[in-house]
Every structure is written in structure tokens, then in C-alpha cells.
Design a binder for this molecule. Structure first.
Ligand code: NAI
Ligand code: MG
Length: 395
């Protein structure tokens, strides 16, 4: 097979630090690929009025696989002020390029695995009945719908009359019929059958492929009867094609409680956009937080792999860099899973696990230090040293 081409989008801040580290690991594991740099992020907003240039979209359209570091986003007003003077007042509007990528390529399946590595000092622990403590091993994979739900942007403050008229056809609007429009804000939650099927199917197929016993629909169907209800109905249908996988259903609020009670009981979870966002952050916090949280954004043609963290601007200029590269490295392993190179992906995860378990080389977050230039003196490893240790374990 011809060498794969991977579009490499480091972006801003620590994205530029961690993305090359994941490439070092992918190369060391023998993945046959070539990496093509693509521009994305704040600098391209400031200089060109577009944080997601067309040439980057073209590269992804052609090569279909992307590694993404992180970008810096700033509020509307600040974004407008930082735009280079010759572009100001010409109608350029800032939007988040990662949201842009999800929309342009319909990256509707967001996968966020949350697994504890034994020996990680950031792992969640709880009190046991005998007064001691126990450290449950979490192995949850959240499937979050990425393009619909509450995040579609169907929103109004001061809704126009025709919107109010449409809403007034629903009996539940009655108590609000007399509220003046300027005193009203509306955000809509929209699910489609097609996208709901895609995310639920993806969850079941993953559970089957990676040997999980259950898929949990984590929504709120007792209240959100139509949208959460649709996801539950679809899940019941899809489960019939996967008789060995149990279908469970939990409410998002209850799930956030059970998260710290018995997180080890759950395997694959599937949710709409917002609840998936919430429950995946909840699980990530149990297994090491931002330094460990990897993710994939998968569409039917294009897939982009990225750590969940942002650009952490306060650490971007530290030399040597101190941030944890593991989230990005694990995102690279997810790319390998996606292209059918599971053995290589497992080797990377095993090497990360060995480094974490051994505990000799740890970035500041794993030592529970406050980040900053002094952490290396206090015994924290640099970003590069963590990658080096992982490479060593790969052999
Ligand atoms: P952030 O994720 O960049 O950083 C929050 C804090 O988490 C950091 O200050 C640091 O203490 C810690 N952290 C993050 N990554 C780490 C790593 N690899 N190793 C060790 N510690 C790590 O979130 P924040 O500060 O809210 O946002 C900074 C910028 O990033 C903003 O402009 C925001 O819009 C953007 N952002 C971008 C995302 C993306 O590219 N997908 C996601 C989240 C935020
Ligand atoms: Mg990211």
C-alpha cells in the first residue's frame, strides 16, 4: 500500500509542542506515513482573517486523515481587535476552526476513551467499606454526537415573531406566551434520525470490536422525551444487531453521580452533543485529566485526532516545554486504530502504561505541581523526556 499522508495541524500554543511528539512516536512504532503540515489557528486569523484556511480544508479533503494539536480561541471582541489593521472593518468574523472542521467534514462521531493507567497518581480513588481506599480501574469510551443537539447554534435572544408563532403551536409554550421577546432567550435541541443512528451504531460496533460488554445510552429520556427518546429507540433497534452487547440506559444527572461511585461498571457510553461533552469530561477527570484525554472526530470520509486540551498559552513559551504529551500521543494511537493498525496502537498504549507505572519520568501534572518554569527543578520531566521514555519502552 502507498505511504499514507497525514495532515498535521499543530495550531497554537502547546499544540505546536505536543503534535511533533506524537509523530515521533508514530514513526518509532513503524507506521508508514508522511506528514504534511497544514496551517490552522490564531496566527492565520490575525494575518489572513481566517483561522481555517481553504488550503488546509483542501489537504484534508485529499488525504482524509488529520492530527490536530490545539487552537487558541478568544471572545468576539478581542478577536476583532487583534485582527491585523489592514483587515479590520472588512467583514472578517472569527469562528472556532475545530468547530469549523466538524461542520465542513461532518465529523459527527466524537470518540473519547477514558482509561486509567495503573500507577498514575492522578487516578481516582474512593473510600472502601473497611475505611481504607480503593482505586477502581476505569475503562470507559464515550461516543458523543458531534454535529447536532444543543450545540447546533439554533438560538435566539429576543426571538423574532415568526419563531414565537411557531412555538406557540406547542401547548407547552403557553406559560411563556406573555413574556416579552426581549426578555426571552431560546436554544434549540435538535436530533436527526440519521445522525443518531450513526453515533449509536458506531458505539455498538466499537463495543463489539474491542470486547466491551455494554453500551450505555446516557441521556435524559424521562424529560427530553423526543430527542433522548429518539436515541433510546434507535439504541434498542441497533442492539438487535449486536445481541452479545447489553444495552443500558442512564440519565446524565445520575450518571454524573455514579461516575464517582462505580465508574468501573461502565464500558461504552453514547450521548448527544452536550451530555457527551459533560460525561466525557467527567470520566477524563477520573483518569488523569487533560494530560491524558485523547479524542477522535470521525466523519464518513475524513477523521481528525486531537487531545481534548486547548493551547494552554501560559506554557507555550517555556523552554524546555513542560506539558504532558500523552494526550496527543494517545490521539495518534487512535488514528492507528482507525486505519486498522491496532497492533501498533496497542504497542503505543502499552509503552505509555509502562512509563506511567514505572513512575520515574513524569510531567508536572502527574506530580501534582503547579505548572511553571520551576517545575523541572522540582523533579518534573520535560515534554521531550516523557516522549523519550515512551520511545524507550517501545524498544
Ligand atoms: P487548556 O486546555 O488550554 O488549558 C487548561 C489548563 O490545563 C492549562 O493551563 C494546564 O494547566 C492544563 N493542561 C492543558 N493541557 C495540558 C497538558 N498537555 N499537560 C499538562 N497540563 C495541561 O484550556 P484553557 O486554558 O481553558 O484554554 C486555553 C486556550 O485553548 C483558549 O484559547 C481556548 O479557547 C483554547 N481551547 C482549545 C481547544 C481545542 O483546540 N480543541 C479546547 C479547549 C480550549
Ligand atoms: Mg484539542
Amino acid at each position: 500500500m502507498a505511504t499514507r499522508k497525514i495532515v498535521s495541524m499543530p495550531g497554537d500554543g502547546i499544540g505546536k509542542v505536543v503534535l511533533p511528539e506524537s509523530i515521533r512516536v508514530l514513526e518509532a512504532v513503524g507506521f508508514d506515513a508522511e506528514y504534511i503540515h497544514a496551517d490552522i489557528g490564531w496566527d492565520f486569523w490575525v494575518q489572513q482573517g481566517n483561522p481555517l484556511p481553504q488550503r488546509t480544508i483542501d489537504l484534508l479533503t485529499e488525504h482524509r486523515l488529520g492530527l490536530f494539536g490545539a487552537i487558541t480561541s478568544k471572545p468576539k471582541k478581542e478577536a476583532a481587535e487583534e485582527l491585523s489593521p489592514e483587515l479590520q472593518g472588512k467583514g472578517f468574523v472569527y469562528y472556532s476552526p475545530i468547530v469549523g472542521l466538524r461542520q465542513i467534514f461532518n465529523l459527527d462521531i466524537i470518540v473519547r476513551p477514558c482509561r486509567s493507567f495503573p500507577g498514575n497518581p492522578l487516578n481516582f480513588i474512593r473510600k472502601s467499606a473497611d475505611g481504607g481506599w480503593e482505586e477502581p480501574m476505569v475503562d470507559a469510551v464515550v461516543f458523543r454526537q458531534g454535529t447536532e443537539g444543543l450545540y447546533v447554534g439554533l438560538e435566539w435572544t429576543n426571538p423574532p415573531d415568526h419563531v414565537r408563532e411557531a412555538l406557540a403551536t406547542h401547548p407547552k409554550f403557553k406559560p411563556f406566551a406573555h413574556v416579552p421577546s426581549p426578555e426571552m432567550a431560546i436554544s434549540m435541541r435538535l436530533f436527526t434520525l440519521k445522525a443518531t443512528r450513526r453515533i449509536v451504531k458506531a458505539a455498538f460496533e466499537y463495543a463489539e470490536k474491542f470486547g466491551y460488554k455494554s453500551v450505555t445510552v446516557c441521556e435524559k429520556p424521562n424529560v427530553l422525551r423526543e430527542t433522548s427518546g429518539m436515541m433510546e429507540d434507535v439504541a434498542r433497534e441497533v442492539q438487535k444487531e449486536h445481541p452479545s452487547i447489553q444495552l443500558w440506559s442512564t440519565n446524565i444527572d445520575a450518571q454524573m453521580m455514579w461516575l464517582t461511585k462505580n465508574p468501573e461498571d461502565y464500558g461504552v457510553l453514547v450521548s448527544g452533543n452536550m451530555f457527551g461533552d459533560i460525561v466525557s469530561d467527567g470520566y477524563a477527570g477520573l483518569v488523569g485529566g487533560l494530560g491524558f484525554a485523547c479524542s477522535a472526530n470521525i466523519g464518513d470520509k475524513v477523521a481528525v485526532f486531537e487531545p481534548t486540551h486547548g493551547s494552554a498559552p501560559k506554557y507555550e513559551d517555556l523552554d524546555p516545554p513542560i506539558v504532558n504529551p500523552i494526550a496527543m500521543i494517545l490521539s495518534g494511537a487512535m488514528l492507528l486504530d482507525h486505519v486498522g493498525e491496532r497492533e501498533k496502537a496497542d504497542r503505543i498504549r502499552d509503552a505509555v502504561a509502562a512509563v506511567v507505572q514505572e513512575g520515574k519520568v513524569r510531567t508536572y501534572d502527574m506530580l501534582k505541581l503547579t505548572g511553571g518554569p520551576g517545575v523541572v527543578e522540582k523533579g518534573a520531566a520535560t515534554t521531550f523526556q516523557v516522549t523519550d521514555a515512551i520511545l524507550e519502552k517501545l524498544g
